[in-house]
Ligand binder design. Structure first.
Ligand code: GLC
Length: 551
C-alpha cells in the first residue's frame, strides 16, 4: 500500500474518490459490448443517472440539512415522482431511531407492536444499522452515523466475558440497548458481545461492518477527522489485531464458529464461511485506506497488504466454482500427497451434492459457502457473493459470472421476493444433523433458504457496480408489490419466497432501510462509491510497483 504513496499521516481516502468515480462512469460503455441482455433503455437511464451523480457528487461531500418526514433529500433530486412507498419507508425508518442523551445513536431492529415476543429486536444491532446508516448518509444526514460509530467504539472498550472467559479486546458488540430511567432522567447502555446471544457466539461481522461503515461515512462526508482520531485509529487496530494474529492456521481465511454473522444460529457455516471472508477482505481494504501512515499504522498496513494477497489468491482459486471448476472437482483424484497435489484439500467427488450439477449454468459462477479439508459447502450465499463483488474480491470476470448466475437462476435465487439468503435449503436428515433440529430454520424458512428483503440493497449495489441496473430494477419492482402491503417483514418463506416468514417480525428496520438504499442508489449511482471498492491496482502488481519506487 505504501508503495506509491508518500508516507504521511493523512488518510488516503480522498485519493480514491476520483478513481472510483471515473471507473464508475466508464462501466456502462464497457458493458454495452459485453452484455447484450441489457436493454437500451436501462443503459441510457444509467448514463443519465451517472451524469446526474457527477453533478451531485460534490454536494454529497457537504451534507444538506436534516429533511422532514415526507421529504427525503433524495426525492427532491428525482426527475420522476418517487414511489409512494418511499415516504412511508422514511417515516418508518425515523420511527425506529434510538436516542442516547438526546442524540440519535442508531435504529432498533424491529418496531413491531403486534408481536408479543420482543426478544432482542428492540436493540440496535450493528449489522442491522448498516443499511439505515447508508440511507441517512445518502440523504445528507451523517450525524446519527457518527454518533453510532462513536458509541459502538466506546462499547468496544468494555471488558467482555462469557462465564469466566475473557473475550478479545477488539470485539465489537452484536447489539446494544439504551435504557431510559424516567425518574432519574438518565440514559445508560447495555450491550451484547455474545454473552447473551442465543448460542453464545461473538459476532465476527460487527467489527468488519464497523470499519466498512467508517469508510462509508468518511467518503460520503469528506470528513477525515473522525477516522483520524486516536480513538478510531485504535479501534481499527484492535479489530485488526483479532483477525491478523498468527496461530496454527494454514489458510489465510478466518476460522469461525457457527452463527457468528447475519446467520446467527447453527446452520452449518462453521469453518470458513464466505460471508465472513468477504467482509474480512472488504474491512481490510477499507482499513488500509483509513489507517494513518504513522509508526503503528504502517505496521498494520504492511500486515494487511500481505494478508490481502494471500486471501484473494485463496478465495479466487479455491472458493470459486463455475462449470469448468465443477467438472474438474467431479474428476478429482483423492489421497494425493505433496506439493504436486491437484486436489489440495482432498475433496471426495462423491460428496458433491446432486443439486449443484443442475444448478450450475454453462455461463456463470459463484463463491461457494465454505472450503476446508475434505469439505466444500456448495451452497450459494447472497451476502458473501454481493460483498465479494463490492469489495472487488471477485475479479472482473468473476463478478460478471456471479451476475450471469443470478440472471440464469432468477427463479431459484430471487423468485417472488428478493433475495434468498442461501440456496438450496437443507431438509430431512441433513437438516437434523446440520441445524440440530432447529424449528426456526426448517426448509425454505429464515436462514435456511428464506428470502430477505434487506439483501435488496446489496444486490442493487452489485448490479450497479457490474453495469446491470436492469436486474436491480426488476428486483425492486418485485419488492414494491409486497413490502409495504405486508408491513415490511423481516423475511419470506417458501421455495420462491411467496409467504411472509413463519416468525418474521413486521416493520423490520433493515427491510425498510434496505429498500430505501436500493432506490437511492439506482436514482443516483454515485452513491455506490461509499460502499464499493474498485480493483486494487496496488495488489497484483505490487512487486513491480515497490521496486520502481525504490529505484
Ligand atoms: C436475526 C437475524 C440477524 C439480525 C437480528 C436482528 O437474529 O438472524 O441477522 O441481526 O435478527 O434483526
Amino acid at each position: 500500500m505504501g508503495g506509491l504513496r508518500n508516507v504521511s499521516s493523512v488518510c488516503s481516502i480522498s485519493e480514491m474518490d476520483d478513481f472510483d468515480l471515473s471507473r464508475l462512469l466508464n462501466k456502462p460503455k464497457l458493458n454495452i459490448e459485453r452484455k447484450r441482455s441489457f436493454d437500451e433503455r436501462s443503459l441510457s437511464e444509467l448514463s443519465i443517472g451517472l451524469a446526474r451523480g457527477l453533478d451531485t457528487y460534490e454536494t454529497t461531500h457537504s451534507p444538506g440539512g436534516r429533511s422532514g418526514f415526507g421529504t427525503p433529500a433524495s426525492s427532491t433530486r428525482n426527475s420522476f415522482e418517487p414511489h409512494p412507498m418511499v415516504a412511508d419507508a422514511w417515516e418508518a425508518l425515523r420511527r425506529s431511531m434510538v436516542y442516547f442523551r438526546g442524540q440519535p445513536v442508531g435504529t432498533i431492529a424491529a418496531y413491531d407492536h403486534a408481536s408479543e415476543e420482543v426478544l432482542n429486536y428492540d436493540q440496535v444491532f450493528v449489522r442491522d444499522f448498516v443499511p439505515s446508516a447508508l440511507a441517512f448518509l445518502m440523504n445528507g444526514e451523517p450525524d446519527i452515523v457518527k454518533h453510532f460509530l462513536l458509541k459502538t467504539l466506546y462499547l468496544q472498550g468494555w471488558e467482555k466475558r462469557v462465564d469466566r472467559f475473557k473475550l478479545g479486546e477488539g470485539v465489537m458488540p452484536a447489539s446494544f440497548k439504551v435504557l431510559h430511567d424516567p425518574i432519574r432522567k438518565t440514559d445508560s447502555l447495555v450491550a451484547d458481545f455474545g454473552e447473551s446471544a442465543i448460542g453464545r457466539v461473538a459476532p465476527v461481522d460487527s467489527g468488519f461492518w464497523w470499519i466498512i461503515l467508517l469508510r462509508a461515512y468518511t467518503k460520503s462526508t469528506g470528513d477525515l477527522s473522525l477516522a483520524e482520531t486516536p480513538e478510531c485509529q485504535k479501534g481499527m487496530r484492535l479489530i485488526l489485531t483479532l483477525c491478523l494474529s498468527e496461530g496454527f492456521d494454514t489458510f489465510p481465511t478466518l476460522l469461525c464458529a457457527d452463527g457468528c454473522s447475519m446467520i446467527d444460529r447453527r446452520m452449518g457455516i462453521y469453518g470458513y464461511p464466505i460471508e465472513i471472508q468477504a467482509l474480512f477482505f472488504m474491512a481490510l481494504r477499507s482499513a488500509s485506506s483509513l489507517l494513518k501512515h504513522d509508526e503503528e499504522g504502517k505496521e498494520f498496513i504492511e500486515r494487511i497488504v500481505k494478508r490481502l494477497h494471500a486471501l484473494s489468491y485463496h478465495m479466487r482459486s479455491y472458493f470459486w466454482l463455475d462449470f469448468q471448476q465443477l467438472n474438474d472437482i467431479y474428476r478429482y483424484k483423492t489421497e494425493e500427497y505433496s506439493h504436486t497435489a491437484v486436489n489440495k484439500f482432498n475433496v471426495i467427488p462423491d460428496s458433491i451434492p446432486d443439486w449443484v450439477f443442475d444448478f450450475m449454468p454453462t455461463r456463470g459462477g459463484y463463491f461457494i459457502g465454505n472450503v476446508s479439508p475434505a469439505r466444500m459447502d456448495f451452497r450459494w450465499f447472497a451476502l458473501g457473493n454481493c460483498i465479494a463483488i463490492l469489495s472487488s474480491l471477485a475479479t472482473h470476470e468473476q463478478e460478471m459470472a456471479i451476475m450471469d448466475l443470478i440472471e440464469a437462476r432468477w427463479e431459484e435465487l430471487v423468485g417472488e421476493m428478493p433475495l434468498k439468503i442461501a440456496y438450496p435449503a437443507i431438509e430431512s436428515h441433513e437438516w437434523r444433523i446440520v441445524t440440530g433440529c432447529d424449528p426456526k430454520n426448517t426448509r425454505w424458512s429464515y436462514h435456511n433458504g428464506g428470502s430477505w428483503p434487506v439483501l435488496l440493497w446489496l444486490l442493487t449495489a452489485a448490479c450497479i457496480k457490474t453495469g446491470r441496473p436492469q436486474i436491480a430494477r426488476k428486483a425492486i419492482d418485485l419488492a414494491e408489490t409486497r413490502l409495504l402491503k405486508d408491513s415490511w417483514p423481516e423475511y419470506y418463506d417458501g421455495k420462491v419466497g411467496r409467504y411472509i416468514g413463519k416468525q418474521a417480525r413486521k416493520y423490520q428496520t433493515w427491510s425498510i432501510a434496505g429498500y430505501l438504499v436500493a432506490k437511492m442508489m439506482l436514482e443516483d449511482p454515485s452513491h455506490l462509491g461509499m460502499i464499493s471498492l474498485e480493483e486494487d491496482r496496488q495488489m497484483k502488481p505490487m512487486l513491480k510497483r515497490s521496486s520502481s519506487w525504490t529505484c
